[in-house]
Structure formats: structure tokens, C-alpha cells
Design a protein around this ligand. Structure first.
Ligand code: FES
Length: 339
């Protein structure tokens, strides 16, 4: 599926940049092939619009912010969050030509991130119940560009059969390649999948897992949020420590995505520090990234095309592909792919 060729994908919220990035000034971002500028308004709320001035096409992300408006760095035309041109410094009477505007996009802050939808969103931003819940701390972990597709990233995150191979250097059990089975539950946002996965617990992970037991398990309650967000709901039963990750696989274009990752933990900084947790998950995501960037980014979601072979443990990935395919069909779209 070529994500930039499926218009319905423009109708979902995607995490783009941490809100704090906008303190540096306007920022450029590419979402589904659309070049956008993000900036912070006078009241602190983020705004998003087409990154192209309607005067001589200059990128507005090269400009600056004044009184909450985005100012073009070429000749100083100003635009508000609705995209309307509100000031042309060279026109002494303040005249604005009719139709002088840029395209605005839906934009809001949530979980410390700037979320953007290019067209009227079909759904709300996914709900992360641990955010702000007593006993949980939120840790921003990653904001990385990966040369793969969100479909590949999503299905990899539910794939219990890759642990023994891709993650054999840390938690994967190389001598137990049989994947743990899932129990699936349908939801109105996608699906929930529960499983108990046996893992290694090397000494380097004792503070992460909260236990020194040599072999333990992960109890996972994972969730898929159509189209490209997921929850990795991990509890280590031996310690009761929750290690709950949320990802947004934000599509940049047909070959690249941004992996945004938040972590929620129910232990203390003294028990396992923020940096230890970032380092632990960084090593794991490097392994995932390395193998996913070695796959074709044009992941086929129409399984009738038989573009790829499947096995029983691919079921969550096939469910993701089927739900995406239904989304396209319900909106009158066919899958667009490279021929
Ligand atoms: Fe933007 Fe001239 S190109 S003001």
C-alpha cells in the first residue's frame, strides 16, 4: 500500500513532534507526502499549515513566529492558524488580496506531542489510560525516522515469532522458536491481543524487569489502533512492574515513517532510571529497525494478491491488513501499490 495514494489515511491523527520542539521556532514536517509547517501560537497551542507561502512559494518553516502568526522569511507575509493571510508589510494600507491564504490542517497537543490530521478526522486521538494515572510516570523514548512502512512496523510489534531471532541478543529465547499464542478481542478502535511470552532475563535487564529470576514471562495486553498506533501492554508477573509502550508509526511518505514512542512505568526513578529504560528499549528498537529496513516498504494489505506467504503466527498482522483493507473499501478506495 502506498500511503500517500490512499486519501482516507489523511483523516486520522498522527503524532509529529514533541510540543517543546516548537519553542525553537517553526518546524518543517512531512506527513503522508504533504509538506507542513508547525508552530506555536500566542496561547501555547500548536498550529499546522501548508509549508508554502502563497506569494512566491517560500517554505514558511524557514520563517518565524510573531504574535502567534507564522511569518514568511522571504517578504514577511503573515498567516494565522486558519491559514488566512493577515499582514503584508509592503502594503501600507494593509490591503490583503482576496484569496491570499494557505491550507490549514487540524492540529492539537496530546501526551506532550503535536498531533496533526490533514483532513476532518474520522476518530479521536487514541486514549492512553496510563497517562496521568496515579503511580505511573511517562517517559518520551524515541522520535526516529525509519525507512519502512507503518504497516510493517505495526505488524512486527504484534509478531511473537520474531523474538527468538531478531531479539536473541537480549530477551529472545533462541531455543524456543514456537511463538506464544494470542487471545484476540475485537474493539471499536482495532483489536486487543493478550498473550504470555516466555523471555530470557539477562542480568542487564534485571532493573527493567524488576526481578532477578533467570527465566520469566511477559504478560502482554497489546492493542492495535487503526491505522498506525499500538499499545505494547507489558507486565512482568514476577515483579508486577508494568512496562507499557505506545507507538505512533507516523507515515512521512511511501518509504519512510517516524517512530514515536512513549513508555509508562509503575515503578520509581530509583528502581530503574529514565535513562536505563531509554537505553534498554533503544537496543531492542535498533534490532527491529534493522530488519524492517531490510523489507520492502510497500507492504501489500490485500492478501488476495498473494504477494507474500503467511504462517499461523502472522494472524495479528493479517488482521491489521484486513482492517486497513476494509477501511479503504468502506471509503471507496482500492489499494494502490507499486506495479
Ligand atoms: Fe513569502 Fe514572499 S515568498 S512573503
Amino acid at each position: 500500500m502506498l500511503v500517500t495514494r490512499q486519501p482516507v489515511l489523511r483523516r486520522f491523527w498522527y503524532a509529529t513532534l514533541p510540543l517543546t520542539e516548537l519553542d525553537k521556532g517553526p518546524q518543517a514536517f512531512t506527513l503522508l507526502g504533504e509538506k507542513i509547517v508547525l508552530w506555536k501560537q500566542a496561547d501555547g497551542r500548536p498550529a499546522a499549515a501548508q509549508d508554502r507561502c502563497c506569494h512566491r512559494t517560500a517554505q514558511l518553516s524557514k520563517g518565524f513566529v510573531e504574535n502567534g502568526n507564522i511569518v514568511c522569511g522571504y517578504h514577511g507575509w503573515q498567516y494565522d492558524c486558519s491559514g488566512a493571510c493577515v499582514k503584508i508589510p509592503q502594503n501600507p494600507e494593509g490591503a490583503i488580496p482576496p484569496g491570499a491564504k494557505i491550507t490549514p490542517f487540524h492540529c492539537q497537543e496530546k501526551y506532550g506531542y503535536v498531533w496533526v490530521a490533514l483532513e476532518a478526522p474520522l476518530r479521536d486521538i487514541p486514549h492512553f489510560p496510563e497517562d496521568g494515572a496515579p503511580g505511573y510516570r511517562r517517559i518520551f523514548q524515541f522520535h526516529q525516522t525509519w525507512k519502512t512502512s507503518p504497516v510493517r512496523m505495526m505488524e512486527n510489534s504484534f509478531d511473537n515469532s520474531h523474538f527468538s531471532f531478531v531479539h536473541k541478543a537480549n530477551f529472545g529465547l533462541q531455543d524456543q522458536p514456537q511463538p506464544a499464542p494470542y487471545e484476540f478481542r475485537e474493539t471499536d478502535y482495532g483489536f486487543e491481543a493478550e498473550t504470555l511470552v516466555p523471555i530470557r532475563n539477562p542480568e542487564a535487564s534485571h532493573r527493567v524487569t524488576g526481578t532477578t529470576e533467570p527465566i520469566t514471562h511477559r504478560h502482554l495486553v497489546n492493542r492495535y489502533y487503526l491505522p498506525f498506533a499500538r499499545r505494547f501492554g507489558c507486565t512482568y508477573p514476577a515483579s508486577g512492574v508494568d512496562h507499557i509502550i505506545y507507538n505512533c508509526a507516523t507515515p512521512i511518505d511511501d518509504e519512510n515513517m517516524v517512530l514515536v514512542q512513549w513508555l509508562y512505568r509503575n515503578d520509581s526513578e530509583e528502581a530503574c532510571s529514565t535513562q536505563e529504560l531509554i537505553d534498554w528499549d533503544a537496543a531492542i528498537t535498533v534490532e527491529d529497525r534493522d530488519i524492517l529496513e531490510a523489507c520492502d516498504p510497500d507492504a501489500c494489505i490485500d492478501v488476495r494478491r498473494r504477494a507474500e506467504f503467511h504462517m499461523a503466527s502472522d494472524k495479528p498482522g493479517l488482521m491489521i491488513r484486513q482492517q486497513l483493507m476494509k477501511l479503504l473499501t468502506d471509503h471507496g478506495e482500492a489499494e494502490v501499490f507499486r506495479s
